[in-house]
Design a protein around this ligand. Structure first.
Ligand code: CP
Length: 319
């Protein structure tokens, strides 16, 4: 059988984590179940396990990050790995070194894992195809394409609060067009058996033919939020927009900002999620972001256990 998924080896074992697309539910569930065991570790006084002792993990963030870079570093340290944060601003990239030359030099330093965030869609795939066998690549967000560990920590959070996937209605709201998080979430939710995934956005912030991803499209929050169990709010990704997609932030908030009144349309036990960074008063009102239905900060905490799970599985450990 030809292996068309660059993330899996010929035995269908995970070698890189690049996208949610094409990954079987069994691998997603293996990551979520492994993360459950690491939540216990992160709550102990001594939070360290020796699974990645002696391994060298490089954080290569060519775009800004608060949550992803920091939680990858915490996760790697909790697995006892040596972590190196490449400071891109003062790296030889500024002298014209290519991405793949940088990667070759880190490989020559005996890197075991490369965690890559890049503005170009496909950057992590390119690196994964280039590195020698045994070096694992994790996509920490590439352009508007994919952000697989964000989607996994979101799936972990949903399962923690809602227990199962097969009876849920999930709405993803906002700038779907420029969002790598939305794409990865849609693939993960459908793979895990969520029967109804909705996207709610103005036409200008939806990719063409988005229905082909298996989602139901709404342009009106009053219709789209009815009876949903999970709301995922997205930031307007202005850094990826070319030209005006919206009249103004104020106008956007009026129609698509999540307020306490709009949240009442969802199920009373609905949870509110956001991958961060939030823009309060643009896509979400502060009273909702900080309210009792918000699980935005638990998402961040669970991100540590989920990233520990991804790294330990890539390193070949069954926990
Ligand atoms: N969710 C997310 O990717 O946040 P950062 O950009 O802070 O990593």
């Amino acid at each position: 059988m030809i292996n068309r998924n660059p993330q899996l080896d010929k035995n269908r074992v995970l070698q890189h984590l690049l996208t949610m697309e094409g990954l079987p539910a069994a691998i997603l569930l293996q990551i979520l179940d492994t993360a459950e065991s690491f939540v216990g570790v992160t709550e102990r006084d001594v939070k360290i396990v020796p699974l990645l002792r002696g391994k060298s993990i490089f954080n290569l963030f060519f775009e800004p990050s608060t949550r992803t870079r920091t939680t990858f570093e915490i996760a790697a340290k909790r697995l006892s790995a040596d972590v190196f944060n490449l400071n891109i601003a003062v790296s030889a990239q500024s002298k014209g070194e290519t991405l793949l030359d940088t990667v070759d030099n880190l490989s020559a330093m005996n890197a075991d894992m490369l965690i890559v965030r890049h503005a170009q869609s496909g950057a992590a795939h390119l690196i994964a195809k280039h590195v020698r066998p045994g070096i694992h690549v994790i996509n920490a967000g590439d352009g508007r394409h994919a952000h697989p560990t964000q989607a996994l920590l979101d799936m972990f959070t949903i399962r923690r609060y809602k227990q199962q996937f097969h009876n849920l209605r999930v709405a993803i709201i906002g700038d779907i067009m420029h969002s790598r998080v939305a794409r990865s979430q849609i693939h993960a939710l459908t793979t895990l058996g969520v029967p109804e995934v909705r996207v709610i956005a103005p036409k200008t912030l939806l990719p063409s033919k988005v229905e082909r991803l298996g989602v139901h499209v709404f342009h009106d929050m009053n219709e789209g939020l009815k009876d949903v169990d999970v709301l995922v709010m997205l930031r307007l990704q202005k850094e990826r927009m070319q030209g005006a997609h919206l009249p103004s932030s104020e106008e956007y908030f009026k129609y698509y900002g999540l307020t306490p009144e709009k949240l009442l349309l969802a199920r009373p036990d609905a949870i509110v999620m956001h991958p961060g960074p939030m823009n309060r008063g643009v896509e979400i009102d502060s009273s909702v972001a900080d309210g009792h239905q918000s699980v935005i900060l638990p998402q961040v905490t669970f991100g540590i256990a989920v990233r520990m799970a991804v790294m330990s599985i890539l390193a070949g450990h069954q926990v």
